[in-house]
Design a protein around this ligand. Structure first.
Ligand SMILES: Cc1ncc(COP(=O)(O)O)c(C=O)c1O
Length: 394
């Protein structure tokens, strides 16, 4: 029997959350079903809100002192869930995964250095690179039907000819939801090691593997991967607490770690708020059952979207994710240009999704659908989409 109620619809309007309250700013109108930014419409696991409420009830909100239990909870979770063995000194707090990636870019590279990303990919990777005066080099994913893979030939050419200093890896890969295999990650690591490239691995969706897939932390793929990697993870996507800013960083290699961690320490980038440490400890210690039920519910929503499209919307093809609650919708068969596709989703279907082009080349004619909402919301969304598509059917 299920313990947690993911069917419960909760009105988030007025809560200050970006997903609902920034609709007008982001999409030009507020009357949309929000299925965009990657957080979930589900109430968090009771262990998390109970531990926060207990602390908040003590009305002095001083600087937090992270407990030993906080660090141990991260270490135990990674070991148990992903066979990722982390020593305490290899771990630190970071104020967000994107900010962590930005810190790594600033620390390990200089202006004018080249950084490889694999588009279509989570758009802040490019922003962080270009915004810090680095040169972004795209080793585009190879796309064959529903199958997306890394272009190792393209990468070898880039490594040899362009001599990048860093690669930012999305593991699992957002927006397509690819859970990279150990073999792929090890091959990548060996190539990057030969060329002296540091790999920054964003593993924020690592706990959310579904449909039988298993997450491999990049640093565990092989010895070379452990040597050249800077890993960022968080309980934020997993347990729906992104607003609490609870991310962490692991660097196995002391030569990379020592100067990086000392620089973060000197600048106090590694100082967590008490809400982050309390929520993280509760999530990792007591959230496993909630997470298992969540993943089952997400799989159910994905199946529902797949079946609905198959029966009613053959012009839209959902690419099944192997991880995350984000579904990459291939809308090529609608034969609409970028503006027409956006107008269809926003003005006709009244849905707020992420426009595929945000993620770079390869995102054309795609939309990213967030399915972490109660089933009834997904049903409304698909009905609204169907009505909109009917108006453009020839
Ligand atoms: C791949 C990826 N990395 C990082 C983030 C954001 O992480 P943070 O809020 O910790 O910066 C997201 C959020 O959607 C994401 O999908």
């Amino acid at each position: 029997m299920n313990q947690f109620d993911f069917d419960k619809e909760i009105d988030r309007r007025g809560s200050g959350d970006v997903k609902d309250d920034a609709l007008a700013t982001m999409f030009g109108r507020a009357d949309l079903l929000p299925l965009w930014v990657a957080d979930m419409d589900f109430e968090v696991c009771p262990a998390i809100w109970k531990s926060l409420e207990k602390r908040i009830a003590h009305h002095i909100y001083g600087y937090g002192a992270p407990s030993d239990g906080y660090w141990q909870a991260i270490i135990d979770w990674e070991n148990k869930e992903h066979d990722f063995k982390i020593a305490r000194e290899e771990l630190t707090y970071v104020p967000g995964v994107v900010k962590g990636v930005a810190l790594a870019v600033n620390h390990f590279t200089k202006k004018g250095d080249k950084i490889v990303i694999q588009q279509p990919v989570y758009f802040p990777f490019k922003n962080v690179t270009v915004g810090n005066g680095r040169i972004c080099v795209n080793n585009a994913l190879i796309h064959d039907g529903d199958n997306y893979s890394m272009d190792f030939e393209g990468l070898e050419k880039i490594l040899t000819e362009q001599k990048p200093k860093m690669m930012i890896l999305c593991n699992p890969h957002n927006p397509i939801g690819i859970s990279w295999s150990k073999e792929v990650l090890a091959r990548l690591a060996k190539m990057c090691k030969v060329h002296g490239v540091t790999v920054v691995s964003d593993e924020i969706h690592g706990d959310l593997t579904i449909f039988g897939h298993k997450h491999t932390p990049f640093a565990t793929a092989c010895e070379e991967a452990a040597e050249i990697s800077v890993t960022f993870g968080a309980p934020s996507k997993t347990f729906n607490i992104p607003g609490l800013v609870s991310s962490w960083c692991v660097v196995k290699n002391e030569k990379l770690r020592k100067p990086f961690f000392e620089w973060m320490e000197a600048n106090e980038f590694n100082a967590p708020t008490f809400v982050a440490t309390i929520a993280t400890e509760a999530a990792y210690k007591f959230g496993k059952e909630w997470l298992e039920e969540l993943k089952e519910y997400i799989e159910g929503n994905i199946r529902y979207v797949e079946e609905f499209c198959k029966e009613n919307l053959p012009e839209i093809h959902p690419v099944r994710p192997q991880a995350s609650f984000l579904v990459w919708l291939d809308c090529t068969k609608l034969k609409l240009d970028h503006e027409q596709l956006n107008r269809l989703f926003i003005d006709q279907a009244r849905l707020a999704l992420n426009d595929g082009e945000m993620f770079g080349p390869g995102g054309e004619c795609h939309e990213r659908l967030n399915v972490a909402s109660p089933r009834k919301v997904m049903e409304r969304a698909m009905e609204q989409l169907l009505e909109a598509v009917k108006t453009v059917r020839k």
